[in-house]
Design a protein around this ligand. Structure first.
Ligand code: EPU
Length: 438
């Protein structure tokens, strides 16, 4: 697997564009299973997870009608169309590489009357059960069984799911992909579905927007109560994916940790208010031109000479996102004092802690809380993390560190950030990708 060699200590300056959102794209792609007509998506990022999802959809008889040029982008539409609805098995070999395969379950069940999908296992950031997804689909009348490690789901006699009121809250709040699954399935159910304690994440809103263009009747997406009035059929649609809020937040941290000055284009600032609030308290300024489109803004990030320590608790949206926790930890490792970070979504999501420690960060973990005792400098070291956002935090630390940092197995980073080293280069970052064989 490739690694990054990062020559740190260089101030980032210039401008960078945020790509389409990975986590929005995955359920949007799966929504193509809900119709026989073509679905076109724009600004889908060119990432390993997206390629895996396209591979899975092809196995499920939903093929790509257009070959996008490398590099993604708005001018690069991707069209999917179901040609063989008979194949409804998402195999272990694919689900194992990408947990988000689970978001094909709701669409397949609703449209084809049945679905078989390998049960996702645990992953580097925790156990990650899917009980809420299954409970939600069962409430719509689905018969769900587990056989040989596969989830088997079928519609009730009569062949159609039935609307109902469903509570989707769990011990750690709602579920993003669970909400996506149940909402997608309910679009074709008979009658009205109410999802109570629905996830409010912007990716859920983006999915509701696509489904609405396809003919679904959805009200309240983005709030904890979503109402879906089932329709008989859905049609094709053309939709541009929202920009990636986590990538935008990562770029903000990159500017701040290098004491830089960076303009972020296509920034979904409206979805990042909790992160921007925490940055402001730390002495990082994110300025948006008045009147800017809040989902596609141009923002300038500048930073005070001394970073102040802050407290962060991850929460469901609109709270501080768990997907930025690791990147903020790298940043706060260089603050002037003690910061406290508490992880309330994935309490085991701390793979970066020991690795940041190898670079000189002073971190003390007690259960879901880490005290970050700021240091004056980080030093380059060979590091590795087997999780996407943990890898991003190590790249950030490497950009700020004295000397050379080698981030091993950047495969994880490539799952969520498109050609990161090439896109940061014009800002002054020196990152070399070393292929596995070198
Ligand atoms: N949970 C349950 N039961 C369920 C589902 C979830 O107890 O049936 C728990 C989880 O274990 C977790 C919490 O509920 O403690 C929230 O999990 P959620 O289901 O919302 O996570 P997800 O939908 O599987 C998405 C993102 C993650 C992101 C989380 C939280 C995608 C493809 N993944 O996962 O993104 O961290 O929401 O915001 O959209 C990433 O991009 O690095 C990433 C991991």
């Amino acid at each position: 697997m490739d690694s990054f060699v990062i020559h740190g200590g260089r101030r980032l300056e210039g401008s960078i564009r945020v790509s389409g959102s990975k986590n929005a794209s995955l359920p949007l792609l799966a929504a193509a299973l809900l119709t026989d007509e073509p679905v076109t998506l724009r600004d889908v990022p060119d990432l390993a997870d997206i390629r895996n999802m396209l591979g899975l959809l092809a196995e499920l008889g939903c093929g790509r009608q257009s070959e996008p040029a490398p590099g993604g982008g708005v001018e690069n539409p991707l069209t999917l169309r179901v040609t063989d609805p008979a194949k409804s098995h998402a195999r272990y070999e694919i689900v194992r590489t990408m947990r988000a395969s689970i978001c094909t379950l709701g669409p397949m069940l609703a449209k084809r009357g049945q679905a078989q999908i390998s049960m996702p296992g645990g992953c580097a950031i925790g156990d990650r059960p899917v009980d809420l997804h299954l409970r939600g689909l069962e409430a719509l009348g689905a018969e769900v069984t587990l056989r040989g490690g596969d989830i088997l789901a079928k519609t009730p006699p009569g062949g159609r799911l039935r609307g109902d009121t469903i509570f989707l809250g769990g011990p750690f709040g709602s579920t993003v992909l669970g909400t996506a699954n149940v909402m997608s399935a309910a679009t074709l159910a008979e009658g009205t579905t109410i999802i109570e304690s629905a996830a409010c994440e912007p990716e859920v809103v983006d999915l509701a927007n696509l489904l609405t263009k396809m003919g679904a009747r959805i009200f309240g997406a983005g709030s904890p109560r979503i109402t879906i009035e089932g329709v008989e059929r859905l049609g094709g649609a053309d939709h541009a994916v929202i920009p990636d809020r986590i990538e935008a937040g990562t770029f903000m941290c990159a500017a701040a940790i290098t004491n830089g000055s960076v303009t972020i284009e296509n920034c979904p600032i409206d979805t990042l208010l909790a992160a921007v609030d925490r940055l402001a308290h730390a002495g990082v300024h994110v300025q948006t031109a008045p009147g800017a489109d809040p989902l596609h803004a141009t923002c300038r990030v500048t930073v005070d000479r001394v970073l102040r320590p802050i407290e962060i608790t991850t929460q469901p949206h609109p709270g501080f996102p768990t997907d930025l926790q690791a990147q903020f930890m790298a940043l706060l490792a260089l603050a002037d004092g003690n910061s406290v970070i508490t992880e309330r979504i994935f309490p085991e999501r701390f793979l970066h802690v020991a690795e940041l420690g190898r670079m000189g960060a002073h971190l003390f973990r007690a259960g879901p809380t880490v005290v970050v005792s700021g240091v004056k400098r980080l030093t380059g070291a060979p590091v590795m993390a087997s999780d996407l956002r943990a890898s991003a935090s190590l790249v950030l630390a490497g950009l700020a560190a004295e000397g050379t940092t080698i981030v091993n197995r950047v495969y994880h980073l490539d799952r969520g950030y498109e050609r990161l080293e090439q896109r940061l280069a014009p800002l002054g970052a020196r990152i070399e990708r070393v292929p596995e064989s070198a």
